[in-house]
Ligand binder design. Structure first.
Ligand SMILES: O=C(O)CCC(=O)C(=O)O
Length: 227
């Protein structure tokens, strides 16, 4: 069923969805920071396929309930990215829409993305900023983003979206922001003295993948019988 305002309504987002207790999320963030500190890795791909904590996180009951409300009972994870923003390093994620890039296009009526805060995400450590309602623009032209290869399509500034309408979405550890796959969002540099850790998850319902790099791992079924 197509909904005029998309799967998450007029603003194209839902914030404050709980997926963990704050303490457990912060403890996991601390372990990940210790694990990756030596190499200062910023992006770890698809941890839900190899790490028990991420496999559990994408299945957190309250998070899944919100995903089901948006896209129905049959849900798979298309992709996850763990993003660590190390202190004192310039690292920004430019404007983009999660449902489209050089290797992927998702049906916005059968997909939704979630950003899970493992550490507290604040304006000073690089929380997400989004343009509420920007999903109404549809998918915008994009340029492949150099630093992350084809993983992120950078929304073309020339396409005329109004970034004056940007809102910051600080999140307490253990909560998540759900976004329409067309919602414009970015995140800034971490200017604090601690690492900021977040997990981006793309959920799809059956038929939700319009185009996809065949070399990507298969969608990982989470609930339902439609797979
Ligand atoms: O973690 C971040 O700072 C941004 C992540 C993001 O926007 C994404 O993975 O789509």
């Amino acid at each position: 069923m197509t909904r005029t305002n998309g799967v998450l309504g007029r603003r194209g987002l839902r914030t404050g969805v709980e997926w963990s207790t704050p303490g457990a999320a912060r403890a996991r963030a601390a372990r990940l920071v210790a694990e990756h500190r030596a190499q200062q890795r910023e992006i770890i791909r698809n941890p839900h396929l190899s790490a028990a904590w991420a496999r559990a996180a994408v299945r957190a009951p309250q998070l899944l309930a919100a995903v089901h409300e948006a896209i129905g009972p049959d849900v798979a994870v298309e992709n996850t990215f763990l993003v660590v923003k190390w202190p004192s390093r310039t690292f920004e994620i430019p404007w983009h829409q999660d449902g489209i890039d050089a290797r992927l296009e998702l049906d916005p009526d059968r997909s939704v993305s979630a950003w899970l805060a493992l550490s507290d995400a604040t304006v000073s450590n690089g929380c997400l900023h989004a343009v509420p309602g920007s999903h109404h623009f549809g998918y915008l032209p994009f340029a492949p983003e150099d630093e992350h290869g084809a993983e992120r399509g950078r929304a073309d500034q020339a396409s005329g979206f109004n970034s004056d309408k940007t809102t910051a979405f600080p999140l307490r550890a253990g909560t998540a922001l759900l976004m329409d796959s067309r919602l414009l969002h970015r995140s800034g540099t971490n200017s604090s003295d601690g690492a900021r850790v977040g997990l981006n998850v793309r959920y799809v319902a059956p038929g939700g993948i319009r185009r996809r790099d065949p070399q990507s791992p298969s969608p990982d079924p989470v609930t339902g019988t439609g797979w």
